[in-house]
Ligand binder design. Structure first.
Ligand SMILES: C[S@@+](CC[C@H](N)C(=O)[O-])C[C@H]1O[C@@H](n2cnc3c(N)ncnc32)[C@H](O)[C@@H]1O
Length: 240
């Protein structure tokens, strides 16, 4: 596909297939998902699971072969204020997929709150942090005003900011950027449920990043500085 607009395409395993293969291979015993929508990702994971979304729109057999599934039709912020993941999974969550509201302040809070409930050796995946072009990172979704009309249905919002934010504030994390189609996955390991750094820096991060916008030029810079991992290699590392 040729285009007059700069694009950064990801050619790795599609993210749903990736998650569906990673989950059974990585030894996880529990799964937590923020942003369920019609259930395309949740249905692929046959672990004891919790899903959170303010508006479920199921069209799929989301139960599949899960032994248990707990659904909360509410925002992730409300979920974390009123519920405890540890009440369901006392040993902590092994695998989490954060795919709720695509604005960086929401994903940052989702990460902070989820990390607190992760088990040892837990893995968090974040979706949509590796945009294909600059305009899909707009904070307000406006498909009718996009120049690159072939990609107008993709909206990543500005969750890409989590990558530089975690690099700056949490160098202790192991951050792997995976070339999953279409908009990448970020894998986070060496989690520290006791870490307070992001909560303590939240206001400073908001002040520094809220007005930052990605441009065609800064998209190039973003990818220049990032080592990407092939999805197939990450899968083979866990024997999937
Ligand atoms: C991109 S969809 C999720 C797609 C799904 N994970 C998949 O892979 O097919 C994003 C979902 O996030 C939900 N969402 C929006 N705001 C949210 C919030 N504050 N907390 C949790 N989920 C939210 C939306 O209702 C929507 O269903």
């Amino acid at each position: 596909m040729t285009t007059a607009f700069p694009r950064h395409l990801h050619g790795g395993v599609q993210y749903l297939e990736f998650l569906g293969r990673f989950a059974p291979a990585c030894g996880a015993r529990s799964y937590f998902e923020i942003g369920v929508n019609i259930g395309k990702s949740l249905r692929r994971i046959d672990l004891p699971s919790i899903g959170v979304d303010p508006k479920f729109m199921f069209r799929e057999d989301i139960m599949s072969a899960k032994p248990e599934l707990h659904l909360f039709q509410t925002t992730s912020d409300d979920f974390f204020q009123t519920r405890s993941l540890k009440a369901f999974f006392p040993e902590g969550v092994d695998l989490a997929f954060l795919d709720g509201m695509h604005l960086f302040e929401f994903l940052l809070r989702d990460f902070i709150n989820t990390e607190k409930a992760m088990g040892s050796d837990g893995v968090i995946f974040m979706h949509d942090c590796l945009p294909l072009n600059a305009e899909m990172t707009e904070r307000e979704r406006r498909p009718g005003q996009r120049r690159d009309v072939e990609l107008k249905s993709y909206w990543t919002g500005d969750v890409w900011k989590l990558v530089p934010i975690l690099q700056r504030y949490r160098p202790d994390l192991e951050v792997t950027l995976i070339d999953c189609a279409p908009t990448g996955l970020v894998m986070l390991r060496k989690l520290d449920p006791a870490s307070q750094i992001l909560s303590a820096s939240y206001d400073e991060i908001m002040e520094q990043w809220m007005e930052v916008e990605m441009t065609d030029a800064s998209l190039e810079d973003f990818y220049k500085g990032l080592p990407m991992s092939a999805a197939s290699e990450v899968l083979s590392q866990v024997g999937a």
